[in-house]
Write a new protein. Structure first.
Lengths: 268, 400
């Protein structure tokens, strides 16, 4: 028996090297403009109170930026939304600083560094910024983190019959951890999923667990990004939406499984 | 939710390895805490350490996963026949129909902390034997357990600090409800490391004495380590009288502060209300509440207010962290197992280490248990709250 989960995408957020937002990513993925590599530019999180804004790491800025883009795109109210955060890593720079301190003669770590070391840091700041008291899930599945987040969000849409905002995001480690985890830059993808079609719907999504290969991207630079930054395993899905292409697409998940997605774009 | 049967469950903490020593310690109101002698840590604090982790060996084929956290994960899996129960479930349902959802806060970060002491003096490089993916990464414990059983179904690690391994029960229940899986291995694993010991000390949240939940003189947590698991499956038509069911789960967010709870416990109350709603129960149906009860001044005050407001002081409650220490990402699963034992044995555990109930909390009318009480139980609520304002409450019940 093959279970199928259905949801509608009402809003999309993207921030990645050379892809400043969803409109840019859409144009690049649709083949309307060439991909131009550039470091990810992370905006200051204006939605955070000043004290928290100063402490916001690259990872927090990233998650808040893509999440708010998807919410704005859908015309939704962030304060009401159930959220699923999924990241392959924590804040690598913070982790490095803590490990350096703990390996030194003076192990007194900074309290801010410590509370920013939890995997749900971005989710905590999202709550403070938006006032959302709804359930908030925070996952890690290493390179399969996007797939794990998408399943979780689709399952929650099905069980709670409520909109769910998925925010998948990853960022780089500094040396020396970068040698064993060479994520090259920060990148995130956010999808606001809803149980029913609305005027805001961008695409219908039907999700199944299946075998078979994950889809790849023809552009070598984009394919390199897809493989290097786990959140960008979402790119083949976004490409189908950008192109108005209704063919099914395989998205990376935990071996031996893939996510088989039937995508039905609602508008170009 | 549709009730799910806890086909099998186990817990290993500083109270001992498995259900029998855990139950015996609770019945004696004993504590497993000791003065901190972990690794090279030079902090004036108390810890709950699991015995035997260093002697636990991972199978050679999984050597890349070797770290304290995964050794603890394995030690607990191979206790109370839990691993055999998982294999039997795989036999019943197939390896793709059994999910694996575990909670942790720090996974194997200790491995990285130790590697940072052995960096190449010239290049700063980490030692060549350091493996990031299967020890440091937050998913590492999920990957290890999934590989240990050859599971091929959905999996993830939930990491919402100290609510992590309560939330996996809710996550697995949803996956079973939509039909993606027929069974789930859920649980939590968190092991001692320098990050949490020095980190909580930096926030002045660790106590110099054994932690005293809800006590007038409480002044912080005692960090513990632990691993606890449950196997969740749809409940069959007939069950043994002492079978334990997961009846409801509720999740919420404080949206307040990164490391302090909402002062009146508003998020905590939302989670408890959601769990009761999910279980289709009223506050009067709950016979015991296993509180989050970390023994920090802020947590116990906020949680006490939320519980008093919702339950009007009628329900006996206690924290068991004076016995186990705060096992952080494992606390949700450890305390779900304690809740299951409470149901099966009619044992409402008194709060180990607590001497005098905080008068401000007593004034709210809370029925906080300083001593063990014996009473038949039908339903138990278990609270788990974490940094970042992540809250989860579970409702467990007896089949009878």
């Amino acid at each position: 028996m093959s279970i199928e989960l259905e949801a509608w995408i009402a809003g999309i957020g993207v921030l990645a090297p050379g892809l400043a937002d969803w409109p840019t990513a859409r144009a690049v993925l649709a083949g309307e403009r060439p991909y131009e590599a550039a470091p990810t530019v992370l905006p200051a999180p204006a939605i955070l109170p000043p004290a928290e804004r100063r402490r916001a790491s690259r990872l927090v800025r990233l998650a808040l930026a893509v999440g708010m883009e998807a919410v704005t795109h859908a015309g939704a109210d962030a304060a009401t939304l159930t959220t699923v955060f999924s990241a392959s890593c924590g804040d690598g720079h913070n982790c490095h600083a803590l490990c350096e301190t703990l390996a030194s003669d003076d192990r007194q770590v900074s309290p801010t560094r410590f509370h920013n070391s939890v995997h749900n840091t971005a989710a905590g700041y999202w709550g403070i910024a938006t006032g959302a008291m709804a359930p908030c899930q925070v996952l890690c599945a290493y390179d399969a983190s996007f797939g794990a987040g998408l399943i979780e969000a689709a399952v929650q849409v099905a069980t709670a019959q409520t909109p769910v905002l998925l925010i998948a995001y990853d960022a780089e480690y500094p040396d020396p951890i970068s040698a064993v985890r060479p994520t090259r830059d920060a990148a995130g993808v956010a999808l606001l999923l809803t149980p029913q079609r609305s005027d805001q719907s961008v695409a219908e999504l039907r999700l199944q667990l299946a075998d078979g290969p994950a889809a790849t991207l023809a552009d070598p630079a984009l394919e390199a990004l897809r493989k290097n930054i786990p959140a960008l395993r979402a790119l083949p899905l976004l490409e189908r939406i950008a192109r108005g292409d209704a063919t099914a697409v395989g998205i990376d998940y935990l071996d031996p499984l893939r996510l088989q997605l039937a995508v039905q774009p609602c508008r170009p | 939710m549709t009730p799910l049967h806890l086909t099998h469950f186990t817990a290993s903490t500083c109270l001992g390895r498995g259900l029998a020593p855990t139950l015996a310690a609770l019945a004696a109101q004993a504590s497993g805490l000791k003065r901190c002698d972990f690794e090279t840590v030079d902090l004036d604090t108390w810890i709950g350490e699991v015995a035997g982790i260093d002697d636990t060996c991972l199978p050679a084929a999984l050597a890349r996963h070797d770290c304290r956290n995964n050794r603890l994960a394995l030690l607990a899996l191979e206790t109370d026949g839990f691993a055999d129960a998982v294999r039997a479930a795989i036999g019943r349902h197939g390896s793709r129909r059994v999910g694996c959802f575990l909670g942790t806060s720090t996974a194997g970060i200790l491995q990285t902390e130790l590697a940072y002491r052995r960096r190449d003096p010239a290049t700063g490089a980490l030692p060549p034997d350091f493996v990031y993916e299967t020890t440091h990464n937050t998913y590492s414990v999920g990957g290890f357990v999934r590989d240990y059983f050859g599971l091929e179904g959905p999996a993830a690690v939930v990491s919402t600090a100290c609510s992590s391994s309560a939330k996996v029960f809710a996550q697995a229940a949803r996956m079973i409800e939509v039909g993606l899986i027929d069974a789930a291995l859920v649980g939590g694993v968190d092991s001692l490391c320098l990050t949490t010991l020095y980190g909580f000390a930096s926030l002045e949240l660790t106590s110099r004495q054994p932690c005293r939940p809800y006590d007038a003189a409480r002044d912080g947590i005692s960090i513990g380590e632990g691993a606890a698991y449950a196997l969740l499956e749809r409940a069959p038509a007939s069950l043994a009288a002492d079978a334990v069911l997961l009846l409801g789960a509720g999740e919420s967010s404080d949206a307040y502060h990164m490391s302090s709870p909402h002062p009146e416990g508003l998020g905590a109350r939302l989670a408890m209300e959601a769990a009761l709603r999910d279980a289709g129960l009223a506050t009067d149906d709950i016979g015991y509440i296993n509180l989050h009860g970390t023994a920090t001044p802020a947590n116990d005050s906020a949680e006490g207010q939320a519980v008093a407001a919702l339950f009007d002081g009628r329900v006996p409650c206690s924290s068991t962290k004076g016995a186990t220490g705060h096992t952080l990402g494992a606390a949700g699963a450890v305390e779900a197992v304690i809740g299951a034992l409470a149901l099966q044995h009619g044992l409402l555990p008194g709060s180990a280490q607590t001497q005098v109930l905080d008068p401000a909390i007593a004034a709210l009318g809370l029925d906080y248990l300083l001593a063990n009480r014996r009473a038949p139980l039908r339903h138990v609520l278990s609270n788990s709250f974490g940094f970042g304002g992540s809250n989860c409450s579970l409702v467990l019940g007896c089949a009878s």
